[in-house]
Write a protein that binds this ligand. Structure first.
Ligand SMILES: [Zn+2]
Length: 329
């Protein structure tokens, strides 16, 4: 993590709304005078003993004595170090503030730091849970200037594309949507998200810092692709991520139903590039080695007469294109 400057630290403490952070955890707050009262999540609280004071942006519990700033709140509720708490708060909050400043607009104060969506709770239906995560990432993308900037740079900042294919951005804030991990329901939903592959065993978000592209077929999320948007990554950090397990699904599958000629790309970014330029009869494999039987079957089942293989003109691309043309013959 880049060092957090003294100025950033002050801004986090002053500008990130503690009231919003508390509410994002599903804690109902009631306004009393200039303070807010709610049930403390850090002890078994029957009578609301948690007091949040917006003017100071501090909390204090009269039951267990827990108290502090937004940083203390995140450390305690997420069970993370001060460094990690700052990272979460900075990633969630500071980038958008600087972009506001860049446009010369007034600096928003005490801005809502979390997308307003119901908290993510455990569900036996993993698909339903995965869809909620995809929806959450989709909201995050639309509120994250750094993600939009990345789409712009790749030439795919197209509102229709973003909506239709539910492009998202994993900005490390998913944890805010989950019940605390030291509660039964918090542990349960985290366990399920780990089984799906959204959280790693370490508890980190698998797609942290990535543009997120779900592959949705008939309303089901079949695969999720993540592409890191930061240029400098720690050595060994993969740029391309997928959910664990075999690749599934066919991106833009409806195009196969409507067209007898289909462009096949080697990556989702390439396919989306064709799409925004008006070539809607396009789909993709998951990399040069990711042309799955499911994609093949789908082309056959839809009577696609001609497949234009638009792989990269490099050795891997040429070899893969040759192999695929044999399978299609
Ligand atoms: Zn307490």
């Amino acid at each position: 993590m880049a060092r957090i400057t003294e100025e950033e630290l002050e801004r986090i403490k002053e500008e990130v709304s503690l009231v919003r952070l508390v509410e994002a955890k599903g804690i109902a707050l009631e306004k009393k005078g200039s303070d807010y009262h709610g049930c403390c999540p850090f002890h078994d609280d029957k009578t609301p003993s948690l007091v949040v004071t917006p003017s100071k942006n501090l909390f204090h519990c009269f039951g267990c004595g827990a108290a502090g700033s937004v940083i203390d709140w995140v450390m305690k509720i997420e069970g993370v170090s001060v460094r990690h708490a700052l990272e979460i708060l900075k990633a969630d909050y500071l980038p958008s503030v600087s972009s506001f400043n860049a446009t010369g607009k007034a600096k928003p104060t005490r801005r809502n730091t979390s997308v307003k969506l119901p908290s993510l709770v455990a569900s036996e239906d993993h698909q339903a849970l995965l869809q909620k995560v995809v929806d959450y990432y989709h909201q995050c993308l639309k509120e994250s200037p750094e993600a939009i900037e990345y789409l712009e740079k790749r030439g795919i900042n197209n509102p229709e594309l973003i909506e239709k294919f539910k492009l998202g951005y994993a900005n490390r804030t998913l944890g805010y949507r989950l019940p605390q991990k030291n509660r039964a329901e918090g542990a349960k939903v985290r366990g399920q998200l780990q089984e799906i592959g959204i959280l790693r065993e370490s508890g980190h978000e698998h797609f942290n810092g990535s543009l997120v592209v779900p592959v949705i077929n008939d309303g089901s999320v079949r695969e999720v692709y993540g592409r890191k948007i930061k240029r400098e990554l720690r050595k060994g950090t993969p740029k391309h991520l997928y959910l664990p397990g075999e690749h599934q699904g066919v991106w833009n599958s409806e195009a196969l139903k409507d067209n007898c000629e289909i462009i096949l790309c080697e990556s989702l970014i390439d396919a989306m590039t064709f799409w925004v330029h008006g070539f809607r009869n396009v789909t993709t494999s998951y990399g040069t080695n990711g042309f799955t039987d499911e994609i093949l079957q789908s082309l056959v089942a839809n009577n696609v007469g001609k497949v234009l293989i638009a792989y990269d003109r490099d050795k891997a691309g040429d070899e893969a294109a040759h192999a695929i043309s044999k399978r299609l013959a």
